[in-house]
Design a protein around this ligand. Structure first.
Ligand code: SF4
Length: 388
């Protein structure tokens, strides 16, 4: 029916856009009411294209095998909530773009959105909870001139609250025509992260099970993987602690070069990024060897043996790519660092930590659903050679 409408009003000509719209050109002004009525009949008449309500999403878990969280479900929820408030927003807010991807691959182009998300998952006391990594400060205009930076993982069901909070902050505190990206840059990563922190908590499974299901999907996110009632206990595992520590170091690395980019800050940032990757690798090893040394040489060797050679760390799509981020960073740890190198290391560290979370999820799912420990032959492995 859209094709019929297109032929009727444009003479066979339509364009698709990168923001997932269909553009009809050269409509005669006198035809606009009839065109609107025709679009209304097929429910394609909604206002707000190319504005904040026009949330872009990749297929995510609906149809993509690589999807971790429901980007389309999230986009639909955000669109509904934002449409209710759209008339309250001024032009600067309406110009903000929101984009959501089901995984880090960025098929929705979340990296260049003012507010972007990509899917991830977290373990909460043995249950998998859908999350989205928040990416702020990208620039869609000017040929996508700026990439955004990650600000941590938000439980899927709390994402609309975070969007609401960020928009309210921006409308309240912006200065003299300041754009959203400029506002985020002025407040700085540390302050914005503190604003977001209250929205990162997840109630227990028994308190509120809605957090354990994804948007537009009634199934519980974890049931199929770990089984009902198979709780890991009331304590956070050493691995979860270790990965959280890695996230903290990763955040500190970003803060180190946020305001100043002299050589000392660049070196600090690069060092913290590598520390974060080593910390995440050590956390994973603790699943198998709780007494793993703090010596980075030993950690690297053990990580290679236990998680790379066995392919336990391999991403289904990227395979061993994220492990190589660690190996390369460690190999070149004493090389001189430029700002570009530090920024790349920080970016790679974020992806390495995400891969560590995914690996931890797989380990826990395997252990909880299988009576046989799939790593029993590896647990007793001892370090026999440590490279200097
Ligand atoms: S971003 Fe990830 S989930 Fe979304 S379409 Fe691309 S590969 Fe699939």
């Amino acid at each position: 029916r859209l094709a019929d409408i297109t032929r009727r009003f444009t003479g066979d000509n339509a364009r698709t856009t990168v923001e997932q719209n269909i553009l009809l050109r050269w409509i005669h002004e006198a035809d606009l009411p009839a065109l609107y009525q025709a679009l209304r009949e097929i429910n394609l008449h909604a206002a707000g294209a190319q504005s904040i309500v026009d949330v872009t999403a990749c297929p995510g878990t609906d149809t993509c095998k690589l999807g971790i969280a429901s980007s389309r479900g999230l986009a639909g929820e955000l669109r509904n909530r934002l449409a209710e408030k759209n008339l309250q927003y001024d032009e600067a807010v309406r110009d903000i773009r929101i984009k959501a991807s089901g995984c880090f691959n960025s098929c929705s182009q979340h990296t260049v959105a003012e507010i972007g998300f990509f899917g991830s998952s977290r373990n909460v006391k043995g249950f998998r909870v859908p999350h989205f990594q928040l990416v702020l400060g990208g620039e869609w205009d000017n040929n996508a001139a700026h990439y955004g930076q990650t600000f941590g993982a938000i439980p899927s069901k709390r994402v609309p609250e975070v969007v609401d909070h960020l928009l309210n902050l921006y409308m309240r505190d912006r200065q003299n025509g300041e754009k959203f990206r400029e506002y985020i840059a002025r407040r700085g990563k540390k302050e914005i992260k503190e604003e977001i922190a209250p929205f990162t908590t997840v109630p227990s499974y028994n308190e509120d099970r809605s957090y354990y299901a994804d948007w537009a999907d009634a199934r519980e996110f974890t049931i199929g993987d770990i089984g009902v009632g198979e709780c890991a206990g009331e304590v956070v595992s050493l691995t979860d602690f270790g990965i959280a520590l890695a996230e903290g170091l990763h955040f500190d690395a970003q803060v180190a070069i946020e305001k100043t980019t002299d050589q000392a800050s660049v070196d600090t940032a690069a060092g913290l990024a590598l520390d974060a990757m080593v910390s995440a690798a050590q956390a994973l090893i603790k699943v198998q060897d709780i007494d793993i040394s703090n010596d980075p040489d030993v950690i690297l060797q053990e990580f290679r043996t236990r998680f790379y050679d066995t392919e336990l760390f391999f991403d289904p799509f990227a395979k061993g790519k994220f492990a190589h981020y660690l190996f390369n960073a460690y190999k070149h740890r004493n090389d001189p660092k430029t700002l570009d190198i530090a920024l790349r290391l920080i970016e790679e560290t974020g992806l390495f930590i995400e891969a560590s979370h995914a690996c931890n999820d797989r380990l826990q799912a395997a252990q909880l659903s299988e009576p046989v420990n799939p790593f029993k032959n590896l647990v007793s492995r001892k370090v026999t050679a440590v490279k200097a």
